[in-house]
Design a protein around this ligand. Structure first.
Ligand code: IMP
Length: 178
């Protein structure tokens, strides 16, 4: 049984869109001139963010996805990262931008970056929509971060709680009401 909860809006759809635009200007400056960029989304939480990012990015780009396990259906990181779905294509010699929804303990992003680096990309950068720096257990920071947030459980804009609420246009905080 799920505990009853409400969702309090924390970051509006408008604020997210403005930040995505800003981030894309910086990503564009970093990758301008390349025709070998591949944007790798970490499923499932990054699917909305990556859709907005690539549409805002005026560069030739390929998209691929990778799924790593971390939270399951709960609210705590398992700390043990498993690859549930690997990339379809090779990334050797490519410019890679890894897109994560939230960097929490840091286990997922550091594991994925380590794995992808071992495949010999030419350049490797990462971006996270949200960062919870106070939760970090592995010293890693994405090259770009949308918003830093406190230690709160959030949903929306692709991010779930027990697979629900990914379809919200804003990012909200889960508040239990029992
Ligand atoms: P990490 O390995 O602890 O950094 O976990 C990162 C992953 O945990 C993210 O990609 C999310 O899938 C999940 N996660 C972390 N915080 C939250 C949250 O507040 N809401 C939903 N999922 C979260």
């Amino acid at each position: 049984m799920q505990r009853p909860y409400v969702i309090d809006e924390m970051i509006s759809a408008k604020t997210i869109a403005a930040r995505v635009e800003e981030l894309c200007r910086e990503i564009h400056d970093e990758f301008n001139g390349t025709d070998k960029l591949i944007v790798v989304g970490l499923l499932r939480g990054s699917f909305v963010f990556i859709a907005d990012l690539v549409r805002e990015l005026d560069l030739p780009v390929e998209v691929d996805f990778l799924e790593a396990s971390s939270y399951g259906d709960g609210m705590e990181s398992s700390r043990e990262v498993r690859i549930l779905k690997d990339l379809r294509g090779a990334i050797e010699g490519r410019d890679v931008l890894v897109v994560e929804d939230i960097v929490d303990t840091g286990f997922t992003l550091s594991h994925v970056i380590g794995l992808l680096k071992s495949r010999g990309p030419a350049r490797m950068k990462s971006i996270a929509l949200l960062d919870k720096p106070t939760r970090r257990e592995v010293p890693i920071k994405a090259d770009w971060t949308g918003f830093e947030i406190l230690d709160e459980f959030v949903v929306g804009y692709g991010i779930d709680y027990a697979q629900r609420n990914r379809n919200l246009g804003f990012i909200g905080k889960v508040r239990f009401t029992d």
